[in-house]
Design a protein around this ligand. Structure first.
Ligand SMILES: NC(=O)c1ccc[n+]([C@@H]2O[C@H](COP(=O)([O-])OP(=O)(O)OC[C@H]3O[C@@H](n4cnc5c(N)ncnc54)[C@H](O)[C@@H]3O)[C@@H](O)[C@H]2O)c1
Length: 481
């Protein structure tokens, strides 16, 4: 996709790009339902709506454009922010949610089933405000908006030092798409990303994989602005990653295949937070769950929960359903898929699609691919065994279903808002930050009433005995929950 004559023209010509604005009414009804299930975000609106602490701040979002995200966007707007938004996955947009948000005048660039070119073009448009300037703050999920700024900046550095635009060397399709887009921007303004980075106060990052990317940059000394690790708030990773996936994994597999899970052998690769939620879910349906792990602590946790822990190679002959949840790459290889049972279902719930060797699977000349329906493909191998790949190896819960339920996303997104408020107010120096314990506890507190929970209060003597304030924080920072 073209980015126009110059950086300015990117935004002047296109108010939004979504599938169909006529879906807005339908989207609005779903958003209204979600609001009732998102008490944290509604409480933030009530608390900060009047004072508008984000007034004057331009925020770019790169996060699944779902109904729940619409509630997040509208909360940020109510706090005064000027928003532009893209999804962080080519399959995760709920078109009616995008339409409802776009119809209120918020520039949204997202639709279900984008190509990679369209996806990165959308990310660029979300990062480009009128006049060609960048955002003050980013809400990121997986780090793609942050990546584009950093890669653009690094390309400009090379160009300004050498006067040369380096050739694109990678064979990875998505990397080629990004590199091509950045060269297009460079041709229009050779200092665009330097100007963007200079203005950026910081990013708040939603997920484990995005946080890994940020920590890596911090370690290398290449991080260009402050970053807020939302994932490691207890009220995010110990809820969204566990209980969110506990519901949305099954939703994705069921909508895609209608398969009976009871009695099947489900192999979960990775027994971290997401893996734990997936394993409990599948066991709840009556599956026999096998897990794989590299970390002895997680492996011990899995076996103490009663799951078999073995290697993927050993699990291949018996597995009916395979789920990757590692945040790592090449966990299910082409060779593994060649050895799977006939009719095995393969999917990924980790952030990126390279947990499964999908590119290698698609490129193999001896394997036939047939599309069964959107986001469900059948592959036939030379020995006639067939496997089903869901959502082309991308997040199955967002590609084949609609992601986590609203209630758990309320906890995650309340953390996102608190992170944005912190960044806007404190303008911290470059580094990776986390929410303080008292605010983490506050996020949980905001979600208790809706569920009818009645908390016990410490007596004065109990608080003295434990040597903690009566109103919290109740735990030390190293407590693991
Ligand atoms: N789909 C969703 O809605 C959703 C929600 C939250 C997080 N995520 C993503 O899910 C992924 C996992 O997140 P998490 O919070 O559980 O991370 P985590 O670090 O808690 O867990 C990942 C686990 O995988 C294990 N692992 C790594 N390489 C492995 C390998 N080769 N074989 C077996 N195990 C291996 C690690 O030891 C770790 O225990 C990340 O990419 C994260 O961004 C997705």
């Amino acid at each position: 996709m073209s980015i126009g004559k110059n950086i300015k023209s990117i935004v002047e010509e296109i108010p939004y790009k979504i599938k169909d604005i006529n879906l807005a009414d339908q989207g609005r009804k779903a958003i209204e339902m979600a609001e009732k299930e998102m008490p944290g975000l509604m409480a933030v609106r009530e608390k900060h709506g009047k004072e508008k602490p984000l007034a004057g701040y331009k925020i770019t979002g790169s996060l699944h454009m779902t109904v729940e995200t619409a509630v997040l966007i509208e909360t940020l707007k109510e706090l005064g922010a000027d928003i532009r938004w893209a999804s962080c996955n080519i399959f995760s947009t709920q078109d009616y949610a995008a339409a409802a948000v776009a119809s209120t005048g918020t520039p949204v660039f997202a639709w279900k089933e984008e190509t990679l070119e369209e996806y990165w073009w959308c990310t660029l448009l979300a990062l480009t405000f009128p006049g060609g300037r960048g955002p003050d703050l980013i809400v990121d999920d997986g780090g793609d908006a942050t990546l584009l700024v950093h890669m653009g900046y690094e390309l400009e550095e090379v160009y300004s030092k050498t006067g040369q635009i380096p050739d694109i060397e990678t064979d990875v399709e998505e990397e080629r798409v990004i590199e091509t887009l950045l060269r297009d921007v460079l041709a229009k303004d050779a200092m665009h990303w330097h100007k963007v980075a200079e203005k950026l106060i910081g990013v708040s990052e939603e997920t484990t994989t995005g946080v890994h990317r940020l920590m890596q940059r911090e370690e290398e000394g290449t991080l260009l602005f402050a970053a807020f690790n939302v994932n490691d708030s207890v009220t995010k990773s110990k809820f969204d990653n566990i209980y969110g996936n506990r519901e949305s994994l099954a939703d994705g597999i069921k909508r895609a295949t209608d398969v009976m899970i009871a009695g099947k052998v489900v192999v979960i690769c990775g027994y971290g937070d997401v893996g734990k939620g997936c394993a409990t879910s599948m066991r709840g349906y009556g599956a026999r769950v096998v897990t794989t792990e590299v970390d002895p602590i997680n492996a011990l946790q899995a076996v103490m929960e009663g799951y078999e822990v073995t290697t993927l190679e050993k699990a291949l002959p018996e597995g009916h359903i395979f789920v990757t949840a590692t945040g790592n790459r090449d966990v299910i290889t082409l060779d593994h898929m060649r050895k799977m049972k006939d009719q095995a279902i393969v999917c990924n719930i980790g952030h990126f699609d390279h947990e499964i060797q999908v590119a290698q699977l698609n490129a193999a000349p001896d394997i036939k691919k047939e599309n069964i329906k959107p986001q469900v493909d059948r592959y036939t191998f030379p020995d006639d065994h067939q496997i089903y790949l869901l959502a082309e190896g991308r997040l199955v819960n967002l590609g084949c279903a609609t992601g986590h339920p609203s209630f758990v996303m309320s906890a995650s997104f309340t953390n996102q808002i608190l992170a944005q408020l912190y960044l806007a107010k404190e303008k911290p120096k470059i580094g990776v930050y986390r929410l303080p314990k008292d605010l983490d506890e506050e996020v949980a507190r905001l979600h208790l009433e809706k569920l009818g929970v009645i908390l016990t209060e410490l007596t004065d003597s109990q608080a003295d005995y434990l040597n903690i304030p009566k109103e919290g924080p109740f735990k030390s920072d190293h407590y693991r929950y």
